[in-house]
Design a binder for this molecule. Structure first.
Ligand code: G3H
Ligand code: 13P
Ligand code: NA
Ligand code: ZN
Length: 328
């Protein structure tokens, strides 16, 4: 059944677990996410980015998610719009049937330039007013994703802030977070704690100076009733990097957010954990391996099935680790 994000996250808070929110662009990802949820009896959050809408088209995405709901009627599914850059974009998704939207007012509507606090409050508050009138939940964001290691926004594929950021911008301030939630009425708040989008988050396994889980705790202490969201939460599995590089790929050494650190964050109020890159890495690794080992195969279903299996394994592992398994 289609369900709002608020309902899912309220349950997660009551029972102290987190829900992975997987990005969806194609049928194979959608099926992997649902098969894994079905196997582990987990609620589901699927999210569509602007890039996904450009790739698959909003109608295809929407009907694919609705197909998933029809095929797995016993699994609660939240259909979330990821990183909306204006109230108008959020309004369009609400009209299309999304049960949750993210108004990312931490950036201007170009999706790149960090905004002022007043701008963020204004666009987010307006989106909440409109969405709540339709029974739709809203995620806001305060702080900018970026690398505490390099001081760079560090987004290699055009999602998120660009250029150099200050330490202050990359770590959400607890008092400001409290004021933001009070002024906007958001259902969930995405915070910045040193993570960034994509595969290149950290050049070494992260320590607490570059991945600030203690900041999450400080925010949670200040606003214990607010559901927190972690973006850029892929773990960048070393085993998939190795497969990619063994079968013709060329990816440099890189590290993501360890699952244990996310689990730590969940103890401090993180309820929604955004994951895209891990499914991309598993998919690419599975295809490279299959192609290299089966050079005469030409049926796309053969290699796409491998991507589905690889992604399903990751989804199962996250549902189990975050504790959403068993809560559908
Ligand atoms: O927000 C970041 C997600 O990984 C989406 O990326 O815009 O390339 O689909 P995308
Ligand atoms: P990753 O790139 O770490 O998977 O993060 C995805 C994300 O935050 C989508 O909003
Ligand atoms: Na989001
Ligand atoms: Zn994100």
């Amino acid at each position: 059944a289609l369900i709002s994000m608020r309902q899912l996250l309220d349950h997660a808070a009551e029972y102290n677990y987190g829900i992975p929110a997987f990005n969806v662009n194609n049928l194979e990802q959608m099926r992997a996410i649902m098969e894994a949820a079905n196997k582990t009896n987990s609620p589901v959050i699927v999210q569509a980015s602007a890039g996904a809408r450009k790739y698959a088209g909003s109608n295809f995405l929407r009907h694919m998610i609705e197909a998933a709901i029809a095929e797995f009627p016993h699994i609660p599914v939240c259909m979330h719009q990821d990183h909306g850059t204006s109230p108008a974009i959020c309004q369009r998704s609400i009209a299309m049937g999304f049960s949750s939207v993210m108004m990312d007012g931490s950036l201007m509507s170009d999706g790149k330039t960090p905004s002022s606090y007043e701008y963020n409050v204004d666009v987010t508050r307006r989106t909440v007013e409109m969405a709540h009138a339709c029974g739709v939940s809203v995620e806001g964001e305060l702080g900018c994703l970026g690398s505490l290691e390099t001081g760079q926004a560090g987004e290699e594929d055009g999602v998120g802030a660009e250029g150099t950021l200050s330490q202050e911008q990359m770590l959400t301030d607890p008092d400001e977070a409290a004021d933001f939630v009070k002024k906007t009425g958001v259902d969930a708040l995405a915070i910045a704690c040193g993570t960034s989008h994509g595969a290149y988050k950290f050049t070494r396994p992260p320590t607490d100076d570059i991945l600030a889980i203690d900041r999450i705790k400080a925010i949670h202490d200040r606003i214990p009733g607010t559901h927190l969201v972690m973006h850029g939460s892929s773990s960048v599995p070393q085993e998939w990097l190795a497969v990619i590089n063994e079968f013709g790929g060329d990816m440099p050494e890189t590290y993501g957010v360890p699952v244990e650190q996310i689990v730590e964050g969940i103890k401090y109020g993180v309820r929604k954990v955004n994951i895209d890159t891990d499914l991309r890495l598993a998919s690419t690794g599975a295809i490279r391996k299959f192609m290299a080992e089966n050079p005469s195969e030409f049926d796309p279903r053969k290699y796409l099935k491998k991507t589905m299996d690889a992604m399903t394994d990751i989804c199962i592992a996250r549902y189990e680790a975050f504790g959403s398994a068993g809560n559908a």
